[in-house]
Design a protein around this ligand. Structure first.
Ligand code: 5GP
Ligand code: ZN
Length: 112
């Protein structure tokens, strides 16, 4: 289920362009528009929900699926020496887009 007011849903629908690196029927991976590392990808499920705690069983299955697919996608996109996954949850984490996404950060040694 997608949301008409959500920027990542619009990217999934192709209404907003993105630099896609991987897509299948369940997920989309594209480059972050303001990269915080040499390689910075965002993995999104093709279902709109904001927080892990809002995910129903199907949503949890999608998170599991994304974690299963990410290693191969990261390796093919400049993160063969390792990478960091980040999932911001809510205000204190600085979440700005309210569609669950997994940041994939790599292509360099990360500071912490
Ligand atoms: P958050 O802070 O919610 O965890 O991360 C949102 C991320 O989405 C940020 O790193 C931001 O740069 C990225 N972002 C926001 N709008 C767009 C967009 O229109 N296109 C792309 N590719 N990335 C976006
Ligand atoms: Zn959305």
């Amino acid at each position: 289920m997608l949301n008409n007011d959500c920027i990542f849903c619009k990217i999934i629908k192709g209404e907003i362009p993105s630099a896609k690196v991987y897509e299948d029927d369940k997920m989309l991976v594209f480059k972050d528009i303001e990269p915080k590392a040499k390689e910075h990808l965002l993995a999104v499920a093709k279902t709109h929900f904001k927080l892990l705690e809002e995910a129903d069983e199907a949503g949890r299955g999608l998170v599991d699926y994304m974690l299963f697919k990410i290693p191969g996608i990261a390796r093919k996109n400049g993160c063969e020496n390792g990478y960091r996954l980040v999932i911001n949850q809510g205000a204190d984490a600085g979440q700005t887009v309210f569609h669950l996404h997994i940041h994939i950060l790599g292509g360099q040694t990360l500071d912490w």
